[in-house]
Design a protein around this ligand. Structure first.
Ligand SMILES: Cc1ncc(COP(=O)(O)O)c(C=O)c1O
Length: 482
Protein backbone atom coordinates (compact mmCIF):
# COMPACT_ATOMS: atom_id res chain seq x y z
CA UNK A 1 0.00 0.00 0.00
CA UNK A 2 3.03 2.24 -0.44
CA UNK A 3 1.26 4.69 -2.72
CA UNK A 4 -2.03 5.03 -0.94
CA UNK A 5 -3.21 8.34 0.45
CA UNK A 6 -2.51 8.58 4.18
CA UNK A 7 -5.49 10.52 5.57
CA UNK A 8 -3.65 11.45 8.76
CA UNK A 9 -0.66 12.80 6.79
CA UNK A 10 -3.10 14.88 4.74
CA UNK A 11 -4.86 16.23 7.81
CA UNK A 12 -1.62 17.22 9.53
CA UNK A 13 -0.03 18.72 6.42
CA UNK A 14 -3.20 20.51 5.36
CA UNK A 15 -3.72 21.99 8.85
CA UNK A 16 -0.17 23.25 8.79
CA UNK A 17 -0.62 24.68 5.29
CA UNK A 18 -3.96 26.28 6.17
CA UNK A 19 -2.44 27.95 9.24
CA UNK A 20 0.52 29.24 7.20
CA UNK A 21 -1.72 30.54 4.41
CA UNK A 22 -4.13 32.18 6.86
CA UNK A 23 -1.21 34.00 8.52
CA UNK A 24 0.15 34.94 5.10
CA UNK A 25 -3.13 36.48 3.95
CA UNK A 26 -3.50 38.24 7.29
CA UNK A 27 -0.06 39.88 7.14
CA UNK A 28 -0.59 40.66 3.45
CA UNK A 29 -3.85 42.49 4.12
CA UNK A 30 -2.23 44.39 6.97
CA UNK A 31 0.58 45.45 4.62
CA UNK A 32 3.17 44.04 7.03
CA UNK A 33 5.39 42.59 4.30
CA UNK A 34 6.27 43.86 0.81
CA UNK A 35 3.50 43.51 -1.76
CA UNK A 36 5.94 41.95 -4.18
CA UNK A 37 9.27 40.19 -3.84
CA UNK A 38 10.88 39.50 -7.15
CA UNK A 39 14.56 38.56 -6.66
CA UNK A 40 16.69 37.09 -9.47
CA UNK A 41 15.46 33.61 -10.33
CA UNK A 42 18.78 31.98 -9.38
CA UNK A 43 18.29 33.18 -5.80
CA UNK A 44 14.81 31.68 -5.70
CA UNK A 45 16.14 28.37 -7.03
CA UNK A 46 18.67 28.41 -4.21
CA UNK A 47 16.38 29.49 -1.41
CA UNK A 48 13.71 26.94 -2.27
CA UNK A 49 16.32 24.24 -2.87
CA UNK A 50 14.52 23.41 -6.09
CA UNK A 51 17.11 21.30 -7.90
CA UNK A 52 17.90 19.05 -4.95
CA UNK A 53 14.31 18.52 -3.87
CA UNK A 54 13.24 17.78 -7.45
CA UNK A 55 15.89 15.17 -7.99
CA UNK A 56 16.21 13.62 -4.56
CA UNK A 57 12.96 14.35 -2.74
CA UNK A 58 13.10 14.26 1.04
CA UNK A 59 10.37 16.76 1.90
CA UNK A 60 8.40 15.77 5.00
CA UNK A 61 6.07 17.43 7.45
CA UNK A 62 8.93 19.02 9.33
CA UNK A 63 10.66 20.31 6.22
CA UNK A 64 7.45 21.44 4.58
CA UNK A 65 6.70 24.27 7.02
CA UNK A 66 9.91 26.30 6.57
CA UNK A 67 9.89 25.57 2.85
CA UNK A 68 6.32 26.89 2.56
CA UNK A 69 7.32 30.03 4.47
CA UNK A 70 10.19 30.61 2.01
CA UNK A 71 7.83 30.11 -0.92
CA UNK A 72 5.30 32.57 0.49
CA UNK A 73 8.09 35.13 0.98
CA UNK A 74 8.54 35.29 -2.79
CA UNK A 75 4.92 35.51 -3.80
CA UNK A 76 3.13 38.56 -5.11
CA UNK A 77 0.60 39.24 -2.37
CA UNK A 78 -2.78 39.78 -3.96
CA UNK A 79 -4.45 40.73 -0.68
CA UNK A 80 -1.89 43.47 0.01
CA UNK A 81 -3.13 47.09 -0.13
CA UNK A 82 -0.11 48.09 -2.24
CA UNK A 83 -0.58 45.30 -4.80
CA UNK A 84 -2.02 47.31 -7.68
CA UNK A 85 -0.34 45.87 -10.74
CA UNK A 86 -2.60 43.49 -12.61
CA UNK A 87 -6.20 42.37 -12.94
CA UNK A 88 -5.60 39.22 -10.96
CA UNK A 89 -8.21 38.45 -8.32
CA UNK A 90 -7.64 38.83 -4.63
CA UNK A 91 -9.31 35.47 -3.96
CA UNK A 92 -12.03 35.11 -1.34
CA UNK A 93 -12.30 32.29 1.23
CA UNK A 94 -15.10 30.22 -0.38
CA UNK A 95 -13.28 30.01 -3.72
CA UNK A 96 -10.10 28.99 -1.90
CA UNK A 97 -12.04 26.12 -0.33
CA UNK A 98 -13.02 25.02 -3.83
CA UNK A 99 -9.33 24.75 -4.73
CA UNK A 100 -8.67 22.73 -1.58
CA UNK A 101 -11.40 20.28 -2.51
CA UNK A 102 -10.16 20.02 -6.07
CA UNK A 103 -6.70 19.08 -4.85
CA UNK A 104 -8.10 15.83 -3.50
CA UNK A 105 -11.29 15.03 -5.40
CA UNK A 106 -9.91 15.99 -8.85
CA UNK A 107 -13.11 16.14 -10.89
CA UNK A 108 -12.46 16.90 -14.55
CA UNK A 109 -15.47 18.81 -15.85
CA UNK A 110 -15.70 17.48 -19.36
CA UNK A 111 -17.70 14.26 -19.21
CA UNK A 112 -20.74 14.22 -16.97
CA UNK A 113 -20.08 10.79 -15.47
CA UNK A 114 -16.59 11.94 -14.36
CA UNK A 115 -18.15 14.31 -11.83
CA UNK A 116 -21.90 14.82 -11.82
CA UNK A 117 -21.97 17.39 -9.01
CA UNK A 118 -19.23 19.52 -10.52
CA UNK A 119 -20.77 19.31 -14.01
CA UNK A 120 -24.16 20.36 -12.64
CA UNK A 121 -22.49 23.29 -10.84
CA UNK A 122 -20.82 24.46 -14.07
CA UNK A 123 -24.18 24.28 -15.88
CA UNK A 124 -25.85 26.29 -13.11
CA UNK A 125 -23.07 28.91 -13.08
CA UNK A 126 -23.18 29.34 -16.87
CA UNK A 127 -26.97 29.66 -16.76
CA UNK A 128 -26.64 32.37 -14.08
CA UNK A 129 -24.03 34.22 -16.14
CA UNK A 130 -26.15 34.21 -19.29
CA UNK A 131 -29.12 35.52 -17.30
CA UNK A 132 -26.98 38.35 -15.94
CA UNK A 133 -25.92 39.27 -19.48
CA UNK A 134 -29.64 39.60 -20.20
CA UNK A 135 -30.21 36.56 -22.42
CA UNK A 136 -32.95 33.92 -22.49
CA UNK A 137 -32.90 30.12 -22.37
CA UNK A 138 -31.41 29.83 -25.89
CA UNK A 139 -28.17 31.14 -24.48
CA UNK A 140 -25.39 29.00 -23.08
CA UNK A 141 -21.67 28.66 -22.83
CA UNK A 142 -18.82 26.95 -21.17
CA UNK A 143 -16.17 27.75 -18.58
CA UNK A 144 -12.62 27.91 -19.90
CA UNK A 145 -9.09 28.04 -18.59
CA UNK A 146 -8.82 31.78 -18.99
CA UNK A 147 -10.12 34.69 -20.99
CA UNK A 148 -7.64 34.23 -23.84
CA UNK A 149 -9.00 30.76 -24.53
CA UNK A 150 -12.53 32.14 -24.18
CA UNK A 151 -11.77 34.81 -26.82
CA UNK A 152 -10.37 32.14 -29.14
CA UNK A 153 -13.46 29.97 -28.62
CA UNK A 154 -15.84 32.87 -29.31
CA UNK A 155 -14.03 33.77 -32.52
CA UNK A 156 -13.97 30.10 -33.56
CA UNK A 157 -17.76 30.09 -33.19
CA UNK A 158 -17.94 33.28 -35.25
CA UNK A 159 -15.77 31.66 -37.92
CA UNK A 160 -18.01 28.58 -37.96
CA UNK A 161 -21.01 30.85 -38.56
CA UNK A 162 -19.29 32.78 -41.37
CA UNK A 163 -17.39 29.87 -42.97
CA UNK A 164 -18.91 26.55 -41.88
CA UNK A 165 -16.60 24.53 -44.16
CA UNK A 166 -13.40 26.05 -42.79
CA UNK A 167 -13.10 23.33 -40.14
CA UNK A 168 -12.86 20.60 -42.79
CA UNK A 169 -11.37 22.45 -45.76
CA UNK A 170 -9.21 25.10 -44.12
CA UNK A 171 -9.48 28.80 -44.64
CA UNK A 172 -9.91 30.57 -47.92
CA UNK A 173 -8.76 34.21 -47.84
CA UNK A 174 -11.25 37.01 -47.30
CA UNK A 175 -12.55 36.80 -43.75
CA UNK A 176 -11.65 39.63 -41.38
CA UNK A 177 -12.18 40.63 -37.76
CA UNK A 178 -12.78 44.27 -36.85
CA UNK A 179 -11.12 45.26 -33.57
CA UNK A 180 -9.35 48.30 -32.16
CA UNK A 181 -5.57 48.06 -31.79
CA UNK A 182 -6.16 48.35 -28.04
CA UNK A 183 -8.05 45.02 -27.94
CA UNK A 184 -6.44 42.44 -25.65
CA UNK A 185 -3.58 40.75 -27.49
CA UNK A 186 -5.39 37.41 -27.37
CA UNK A 187 -7.85 38.77 -29.96
CA UNK A 188 -5.18 39.31 -32.61
CA UNK A 189 -3.50 36.08 -31.60
CA UNK A 190 -6.81 34.24 -32.08
CA UNK A 191 -7.26 35.77 -35.53
CA UNK A 192 -3.85 34.44 -36.52
CA UNK A 193 -4.45 31.03 -34.93
CA UNK A 194 -7.80 30.66 -36.71
CA UNK A 195 -5.95 30.82 -40.00
CA UNK A 196 -7.17 34.26 -41.07
CA UNK A 197 -3.68 35.72 -40.88
CA UNK A 198 -2.86 38.47 -38.42
CA UNK A 199 -3.41 41.11 -41.11
CA UNK A 200 -7.08 40.12 -41.16
CA UNK A 201 -7.45 41.90 -37.80
CA UNK A 202 -8.60 45.25 -39.14
CA UNK A 203 -8.05 48.16 -36.71
CA UNK A 204 -11.13 50.23 -35.91
CA UNK A 205 -10.96 53.99 -35.54
CA UNK A 206 -10.83 55.09 -31.90
CA UNK A 207 -10.98 58.32 -29.91
CA UNK A 208 -8.07 59.76 -27.89
CA UNK A 209 -8.89 57.30 -25.09
CA UNK A 210 -8.80 54.33 -27.48
CA UNK A 211 -12.57 53.74 -27.42
CA UNK A 212 -14.21 52.60 -30.66
CA UNK A 213 -15.80 55.51 -32.56
CA UNK A 214 -19.25 54.13 -33.50
CA UNK A 215 -19.82 56.93 -36.01
CA UNK A 216 -16.76 55.75 -38.00
CA UNK A 217 -17.82 52.10 -38.24
CA UNK A 218 -19.86 52.57 -41.41
CA UNK A 219 -16.91 54.10 -43.28
CA UNK A 220 -14.55 51.36 -42.11
CA UNK A 221 -16.99 48.66 -43.18
CA UNK A 222 -17.36 50.20 -46.64
CA UNK A 223 -13.61 50.41 -47.07
CA UNK A 224 -13.04 46.86 -45.86
CA UNK A 225 -15.74 45.48 -48.14
CA UNK A 226 -14.37 47.48 -51.07
CA UNK A 227 -11.07 45.68 -50.47
CA UNK A 228 -12.92 42.38 -50.91
CA UNK A 229 -12.90 41.41 -47.24
CA UNK A 230 -15.85 39.94 -45.33
CA UNK A 231 -15.91 40.86 -41.59
CA UNK A 232 -16.89 37.80 -39.59
CA UNK A 233 -16.89 39.59 -36.23
CA UNK A 234 -16.42 42.92 -34.50
CA UNK A 235 -14.73 42.93 -31.10
CA UNK A 236 -15.63 45.57 -28.49
CA UNK A 237 -14.26 45.91 -24.96
CA UNK A 238 -16.04 46.18 -21.64
CA UNK A 239 -13.71 47.31 -20.34
CA UNK A 240 -10.39 47.80 -22.15
CA UNK A 241 -7.38 46.17 -20.51
CA UNK A 242 -5.19 49.26 -20.68
CA UNK A 243 -7.54 52.04 -19.67
CA UNK A 244 -10.46 50.30 -17.93
CA UNK A 245 -12.84 52.28 -20.15
CA UNK A 246 -15.89 50.82 -21.90
CA UNK A 247 -16.86 50.91 -25.56
CA UNK A 248 -20.35 52.17 -26.41
CA UNK A 249 -22.04 48.78 -26.69
CA UNK A 250 -25.49 50.22 -27.49
CA UNK A 251 -24.29 52.00 -30.61
CA UNK A 252 -21.88 49.26 -31.66
CA UNK A 253 -24.57 46.62 -31.11
CA UNK A 254 -27.02 48.51 -33.33
CA UNK A 255 -24.40 48.78 -36.06
CA UNK A 256 -23.60 45.06 -35.92
CA UNK A 257 -27.28 44.10 -35.99
CA UNK A 258 -28.00 46.41 -38.95
CA UNK A 259 -25.09 44.92 -40.92
CA UNK A 260 -25.37 41.28 -39.85
CA UNK A 261 -21.95 41.28 -38.15
CA UNK A 262 -21.22 39.01 -35.19
CA UNK A 263 -20.60 41.19 -32.12
CA UNK A 264 -18.11 39.78 -29.65
CA UNK A 265 -17.85 41.68 -26.37
CA UNK A 266 -14.64 41.02 -24.48
CA UNK A 267 -15.95 41.74 -20.99
CA UNK A 268 -13.27 39.62 -19.33
CA UNK A 269 -12.72 42.31 -16.74
CA UNK A 270 -15.90 44.39 -16.78
CA UNK A 271 -18.74 41.83 -16.94
CA UNK A 272 -18.74 41.60 -13.15
CA UNK A 273 -19.96 45.21 -13.23
CA UNK A 274 -23.34 43.66 -14.15
CA UNK A 275 -23.67 42.76 -10.45
CA UNK A 276 -23.57 46.40 -9.33
CA UNK A 277 -26.78 48.33 -9.94
CA UNK A 278 -24.83 51.60 -9.98
CA UNK A 279 -22.27 50.43 -12.53
CA UNK A 280 -24.10 48.11 -14.87
CA UNK A 281 -24.97 51.09 -17.07
CA UNK A 282 -21.42 50.90 -18.48
CA UNK A 283 -22.43 47.56 -20.01
CA UNK A 284 -25.70 48.79 -21.51
CA UNK A 285 -26.23 47.01 -24.83
CA UNK A 286 -24.18 43.91 -23.93
CA UNK A 287 -27.29 41.79 -24.49
CA UNK A 288 -27.00 42.56 -28.21
CA UNK A 289 -23.74 40.63 -28.37
CA UNK A 290 -23.48 37.24 -30.06
CA UNK A 291 -20.72 36.23 -27.68
CA UNK A 292 -19.33 37.54 -24.42
CA UNK A 293 -16.22 36.66 -22.41
CA UNK A 294 -16.38 36.97 -18.61
CA UNK A 295 -13.38 36.19 -16.38
CA UNK A 296 -14.19 35.11 -12.83
CA UNK A 297 -10.51 35.22 -11.93
CA UNK A 298 -10.59 38.96 -12.30
CA UNK A 299 -13.54 40.48 -10.40
CA UNK A 300 -15.42 37.42 -9.08
CA UNK A 301 -12.58 36.73 -6.66
CA UNK A 302 -11.58 33.22 -7.72
CA UNK A 303 -8.02 31.99 -8.12
CA UNK A 304 -6.62 31.59 -11.64
CA UNK A 305 -7.73 30.32 -14.02
CA UNK A 306 -11.48 30.67 -14.30
CA UNK A 307 -13.33 32.28 -17.21
CA UNK A 308 -16.45 31.87 -19.32
CA UNK A 309 -17.35 32.13 -22.99
CA UNK A 310 -21.08 32.80 -23.36
CA UNK A 311 -23.20 32.76 -26.51
CA UNK A 312 -26.61 34.30 -27.12
CA UNK A 313 -27.49 31.16 -29.11
CA UNK A 314 -25.66 28.17 -27.67
CA UNK A 315 -26.08 26.17 -30.90
CA UNK A 316 -23.43 28.39 -32.43
CA UNK A 317 -20.98 27.18 -29.82
CA UNK A 318 -21.89 23.57 -30.58
CA UNK A 319 -21.08 24.30 -34.24
CA UNK A 320 -17.62 25.61 -33.39
CA UNK A 321 -15.93 22.26 -32.72
CA UNK A 322 -16.78 19.62 -35.32
CA UNK A 323 -14.89 16.59 -34.15
CA UNK A 324 -15.15 12.94 -33.26
CA UNK A 325 -13.11 10.89 -30.79
CA UNK A 326 -14.35 7.33 -30.48
CA UNK A 327 -13.00 6.83 -26.95
CA UNK A 328 -14.99 9.76 -25.64
CA UNK A 329 -17.97 10.51 -27.88
CA UNK A 330 -20.45 8.03 -29.22
CA UNK A 331 -23.79 9.75 -29.78
CA UNK A 332 -24.56 11.63 -32.99
CA UNK A 333 -24.71 14.79 -30.95
CA UNK A 334 -21.28 14.19 -29.49
CA UNK A 335 -22.55 13.12 -26.07
CA UNK A 336 -22.02 9.83 -24.24
CA UNK A 337 -25.37 9.69 -22.58
CA UNK A 338 -28.31 11.84 -21.66
CA UNK A 339 -28.02 12.04 -17.88
CA UNK A 340 -26.18 15.34 -17.96
CA UNK A 341 -24.07 17.62 -20.11
CA UNK A 342 -20.83 16.44 -21.73
CA UNK A 343 -18.85 19.54 -22.59
CA UNK A 344 -16.29 18.19 -25.05
CA UNK A 345 -18.21 19.49 -28.03
CA UNK A 346 -18.22 23.02 -26.59
CA UNK A 347 -14.67 23.47 -25.34
CA UNK A 348 -11.06 23.18 -26.40
CA UNK A 349 -9.92 21.41 -23.23
CA UNK A 350 -10.28 17.67 -22.86
CA UNK A 351 -9.48 17.58 -19.15
CA UNK A 352 -10.74 20.67 -17.39
CA UNK A 353 -10.59 21.81 -13.75
CA UNK A 354 -13.86 22.24 -11.82
CA UNK A 355 -13.92 25.96 -12.52
CA UNK A 356 -17.57 26.49 -11.70
CA UNK A 357 -17.09 25.32 -8.13
CA UNK A 358 -15.06 28.39 -7.19
CA UNK A 359 -17.57 30.81 -8.70
CA UNK A 360 -20.45 28.91 -7.16
CA UNK A 361 -18.97 28.89 -3.66
CA UNK A 362 -18.27 32.64 -3.75
CA UNK A 363 -21.86 33.26 -4.87
CA UNK A 364 -23.40 30.80 -2.45
CA UNK A 365 -21.41 32.17 0.47
CA UNK A 366 -21.35 35.92 -0.20
CA UNK A 367 -24.50 36.13 -2.27
CA UNK A 368 -24.75 37.84 -5.62
CA UNK A 369 -25.30 40.97 -3.55
CA UNK A 370 -22.05 40.52 -1.66
CA UNK A 371 -20.04 40.10 -4.84
CA UNK A 372 -21.85 43.08 -6.39
CA UNK A 373 -20.92 45.17 -3.35
CA UNK A 374 -17.27 44.13 -3.71
CA UNK A 375 -17.27 45.26 -7.36
CA UNK A 376 -19.03 48.53 -6.48
CA UNK A 377 -16.61 49.22 -3.61
CA UNK A 378 -13.55 48.69 -5.80
CA UNK A 379 -14.99 50.90 -8.56
CA UNK A 380 -16.02 53.62 -6.08
CA UNK A 381 -12.64 53.63 -4.34
CA UNK A 382 -10.90 54.00 -7.68
CA UNK A 383 -13.09 57.04 -8.43
CA UNK A 384 -11.90 58.57 -5.14
CA UNK A 385 -8.27 57.76 -5.97
CA UNK A 386 -8.76 59.68 -9.22
CA UNK A 387 -9.70 62.78 -7.19
CA UNK A 388 -6.71 62.33 -4.86
CA UNK A 389 -4.26 61.99 -7.73
CA UNK A 390 -5.71 64.91 -9.69
CA UNK A 391 -5.41 67.11 -6.58
CA UNK A 392 -1.63 66.61 -6.34
CA UNK A 393 0.81 68.90 -8.15
CA UNK A 394 2.72 67.18 -10.90
CA UNK A 395 0.28 64.24 -11.19
CA UNK A 396 -2.49 63.72 -13.71
CA UNK A 397 -4.89 60.92 -14.66
CA UNK A 398 -5.66 59.77 -18.18
CA UNK A 399 -9.42 59.83 -17.65
CA UNK A 400 -12.09 59.57 -14.97
CA UNK A 401 -12.21 55.82 -14.25
CA UNK A 402 -15.16 53.63 -15.21
CA UNK A 403 -13.89 50.59 -13.34
CA UNK A 404 -11.12 49.74 -10.87
CA UNK A 405 -8.42 50.38 -13.48
CA UNK A 406 -6.83 53.83 -13.45
CA UNK A 407 -3.98 55.29 -15.50
CA UNK A 408 -1.99 58.20 -14.11
CA UNK A 409 1.45 59.74 -14.41
CA UNK A 410 3.91 62.02 -12.64
CA UNK A 411 5.12 64.51 -15.16
CA UNK A 412 4.75 63.69 -18.81
CA UNK A 413 7.96 61.95 -19.67
CA UNK A 414 7.35 58.34 -20.73
CA UNK A 415 10.76 57.09 -19.61
CA UNK A 416 10.14 58.58 -16.16
CA UNK A 417 7.00 56.45 -15.68
CA UNK A 418 8.91 53.28 -16.47
CA UNK A 419 11.71 54.26 -14.12
CA UNK A 420 9.28 55.08 -11.31
CA UNK A 421 7.54 51.73 -11.74
CA UNK A 422 10.81 49.86 -11.62
CA UNK A 423 12.01 51.66 -8.53
CA UNK A 424 8.73 50.92 -6.77
CA UNK A 425 9.00 47.27 -7.80
CA UNK A 426 12.53 47.01 -6.42
CA UNK A 427 11.32 48.38 -3.07
CA UNK A 428 8.26 46.11 -3.11
CA UNK A 429 5.87 48.17 -0.99
CA UNK A 430 3.80 49.18 -4.02
CA UNK A 431 3.35 47.23 -7.21
CA UNK A 432 2.06 49.07 -10.28
CA UNK A 433 1.92 48.19 -13.95
CA UNK A 434 2.30 50.62 -16.83
CA UNK A 435 0.73 50.97 -20.23
CA UNK A 436 0.91 52.99 -23.39
CA UNK A 437 -2.07 55.02 -24.58
CA UNK A 438 -1.74 56.97 -27.81
CA UNK A 439 2.00 56.45 -27.78
CA UNK A 440 2.48 57.85 -24.25
CA UNK A 441 3.45 55.82 -21.20
CA UNK A 442 1.25 55.89 -18.08
CA UNK A 443 1.44 54.24 -14.70
CA UNK A 444 -1.53 51.94 -14.26
CA UNK A 445 -3.29 50.55 -11.22
CA UNK A 446 -5.87 47.78 -10.98
CA UNK A 447 -7.46 48.07 -7.54
CA UNK A 448 -8.24 44.44 -6.76
CA UNK A 449 -7.52 44.08 -3.03
CA UNK A 450 -10.25 45.08 -0.56
CA UNK A 451 -7.47 46.34 1.75
CA UNK A 452 -6.41 49.20 -0.57
CA UNK A 453 -7.68 52.52 0.76
CA UNK A 454 -7.09 56.25 0.42
CA UNK A 455 -4.19 56.14 2.88
CA UNK A 456 -2.49 53.56 0.61
CA UNK A 457 -2.77 55.88 -2.37
CA UNK A 458 -1.59 58.94 -0.40
CA UNK A 459 1.47 56.92 0.67
CA UNK A 460 2.06 55.77 -2.89
CA UNK A 461 1.95 59.35 -4.18
CA UNK A 462 4.32 60.47 -1.39
CA UNK A 463 6.66 57.66 -2.33
CA UNK A 464 6.60 58.63 -6.01
CA UNK A 465 7.33 62.26 -5.11
CA UNK A 466 10.21 61.28 -2.87
CA UNK A 467 11.67 58.87 -5.44
CA UNK A 468 11.58 61.67 -7.99
CA UNK A 469 13.06 64.19 -5.55
CA UNK A 470 15.77 61.79 -4.38
CA UNK A 471 16.85 61.07 -7.91
CA UNK A 472 17.94 64.58 -8.89
CA UNK A 473 19.46 64.42 -12.29
CA UNK A 474 18.07 60.90 -12.78
CA UNK A 475 14.37 61.67 -13.00
CA UNK A 476 13.14 64.86 -14.63
CA UNK A 477 11.30 67.61 -12.79
CA UNK A 478 7.62 67.26 -13.72
CA UNK A 479 7.21 71.01 -13.86
CA UNK A 480 9.79 71.22 -16.60
CA UNK A 481 7.87 68.61 -18.58
CA UNK A 482 4.49 70.32 -18.39
C1 LIG B 1 -10.13 42.56 -21.76
C2 LIG B 1 -9.33 41.30 -21.56
N1 LIG B 1 -9.56 40.23 -22.34
C3 LIG B 1 -8.87 39.09 -22.20
C4 LIG B 1 -7.91 38.96 -21.24
C5 LIG B 1 -7.15 37.66 -21.13
O1 LIG B 1 -7.62 36.95 -20.07
P1 LIG B 1 -6.74 35.77 -19.40
O2 LIG B 1 -5.60 36.43 -18.73
O3 LIG B 1 -7.74 35.18 -18.45
O4 LIG B 1 -6.32 34.82 -20.47
C6 LIG B 1 -7.63 40.03 -20.40
C7 LIG B 1 -6.58 39.92 -19.37
O5 LIG B 1 -6.13 40.85 -18.79
C8 LIG B 1 -8.36 41.23 -20.55
O6 LIG B 1 -8.14 42.30 -19.80
Amino acid sequence: MAHEWDPSEYERAASLAVAAVAAYVGESQAGERPAVSSPPVAEVFEELDLRRLLRHGGMDLEGFEPWLRALLRHTTRLHHPGELAHQVASPDVPAALGDLLHGAANQPTSIYEMGAAIAAIEAAVVEWMTERVGWDAHAGGVLTHGGSLANLTALLAARAAAAPDAWRDGMTPGLAVLAPLSAHYSVKRSVAMLGLGERAAIPLEVDELERILPERLEATLERVRAEGLRPMALVAAACATSTGLHDDLEAIGRFCRDHGIWLHVDAAHGASGLLSARHRGYLGGIEQADSVVWDAHKMLRTSSVCAAVLLRDVRRLEAAFQQQAAYLFYDDDGAQGDLGPDLLSRQFECTKAPLGLKIFLNLAWRGERGLGEYVADQYDKTARFFELIEARDGFECLARPESNILCFRYGRDSARQIELRERLLADGRFHLSSTEVNGERWLRMAVMAPATDEATIEELLDEIESLAAGAQGGLHDPASQA
